[in-house]
Design a protein around this ligand. Structure first.
Ligand code: GLY
Ligand code: MN
Ligand code: MN
Length: 439
């Protein structure tokens, strides 16, 4: 575990403490293992909020953060699985309550078996509880029991918090703004992912399968330190490129088809999220070129709207204007530009948003509206910019357009005076893609 991460986590807990109302306590659960089938589990992934505040990598743990002197010198406590020789032979090493405080800079750690009694005692007397109700079923039930213990204590000998706040409001606002430490990890995740896309472009060939490209990508991630993808990799060739979350990835690559790859590595918990679309055989056909260039033009035009004070709505309006004008010029839409935009006719071909926050979660946390208004961009926010056009085989259009699905997705960080693209290493102009694939 990197000491830099642990220092960041300590700083984050301190900020949370300062932002909570006085005399408050927060409880944050870790993720649990999830059964895949008999006696086997899905690969473990830590809960993003818990990771953000603790850096502790194990399942079945709880983090407690207080800003009250009620708990003496204890401002952060961890409950974790106890050391257990037999369990560790079967399921893996555990850090244990003895080692955790020094390794993770918490004031104290307890074995998980003490959670009910321990939480009851910690919550006692705090006025406010910060907790993510509905996020993790077992913790909801545990918290109900803890609160009942406090409320039902004989002769009102214990005091339950009188207010419960949703911790997500405070915590996700913090997560929305990335520190230099976080941006440097995201830059590395982006770089690994860019190179993986380049490897897949080079490997593409008629007769290979979508899952060969998926394997090329995942191999590259792992060989460069990113053990897992940040989400299920999408490799959609031909009409499959029009299925937005296609993950079957098991069709043979056909001559004259495009292939859309949406793949990003997860590095130290942080996601990259890149899409590139390229011809299986390395050469775009004329209709593919026309639609591809339109998506690229829309993306490049929208980039100008990514700067402090601007909004996703402003950027999205720009992309929609370019896409709609182009669709009219190509004959995929007819009529007047304003009417088409007003009627949202482009939605037949571009049916998702322009982008989303990016961070520990691929669709990262953070509000998109503030007091009902579109959220303004500020330095340190990281997001995707991903216009697309999808003309499926069932669309009622000239057959030359059918089976063409295109998305171009990059990751950017808002800076003091604009934006920085984290993912510009993968080619995306028609000429650059064709050149790369020809060599
Ligand atoms: N990879 C999911 C997305 O682009 O939103
Ligand atoms: Mn994506
Ligand atoms: Mn995305």
């Amino acid at each position: 575990m990197s000491s830099e991460l642990i220092k960041e986590c300590t700083k984050r807990r301190q900020i949370l403490r300062e932002r909570m109302l006085p005399n408050s306590i927060a409880v944050i659960p870790a993720a649990n293992m999830v059964t895949r089938s008999n006696d086997t589990e899905f690969p473990f992934r830590q809960d993003s909020d818990f990771h953000y505040l603790s850096g502790f990598p194990e399942a079945d743990a709880y983090l407690v953060i207080s800003n009250s002197p009620l708990m003496g010198d204890v401002f952060s406590a961890l409950f974790c699985l106890p050391k257990d020789e037999l369990a560790e032979i079967w399921q893996g090493r555990r850090i244990g309550a003895e080692a955790a405080p020094a390794d993770y800079e918490v004031d104290i750690a307890h074995p998980l078996d003490d959670i009910l009694v321990g939480l009851t005692s910690y919550l006692n007397g705090h006025e406010n509880l910060y907790f993510a109700r509905g996020h993790h079923g077992p913790s909801d039930a545990l918290m109900d029991e803890v609160l009942a213990n406090l409320r039902n204590a004989p002769k009102q000998s214990k005091i339950a918090p009188s207010c419960e706040f949703d911790i997500r409001l405070l915590l996700h606002e913090m997560r929305l703004f990335k520190s230099d430490f976080e941006i440097s990890i995201m830059r590395q995740a982006a770089e690994i992912s860019c190179d993986a896309h380049i490897a897949a472009m080079k490997y593409s060939e008629v007769g290979k399968n979508e899952f060969h490209l998926e394997a090329t990508i995942h191999h590259h991630f792992a060989m460069h330190g990113a053990k897992s993808p940040a989400y299920s990799t999408i490799v959609g060739s031909g009409d499959n490129g029009c299925i937005l979350h296609y993950t079957e990835n098991n069709c043979e690559l056909q001559d004259n088809n495009l292939v859309l790859i949406d793949a990003g590595a997860e590095l130290q918990g942080y996601a990259a999220d890149i899409t590139r679309t390229f011809p299986v055989n390395g050469r775009f056909s004329e209709p593919q070129k026309a639609l591809y260039q339109l998506v690229l033009d829309a993306q490049l035009a929208s980039f100008a709207m990514f700067k402090p004070g601007s909004t996703f709505k402003a950027a999205s309006d720009k992309a929609i204007e370019v896409l709609t004008r182009g669709l009219i010029e190509l004959g995929l839409l007819s009529g007047d530009l304003e009417d088409n935009i007003e009627q949202q006719n482009y939605r037949q071909f571009f049916m998702h948003g322009l982008g989303h926050w990016l961070g520990l979660d691929v669709h990262d946390v953070g509000n998109y509206k503030v007091a009902g208004a579109d959220r303004e961009f500020e330095p340190g926010m990281v997001m995707t910019v991903e216009p697309g056009l999808y003309v499926s085989e069932t669309a009622e259009v000239d057959p030359k357009w059918k089976g063409i699905g295109i998305r171009i997705e990059d990751n950017i960080v808002i800076t003091e005076d604009g934006y920085e693209v984290l993912t510009d290493k993968v080619p995306k102009t028609i000429a650059d893609i064709e050149n790369l694939m020809a060599n």
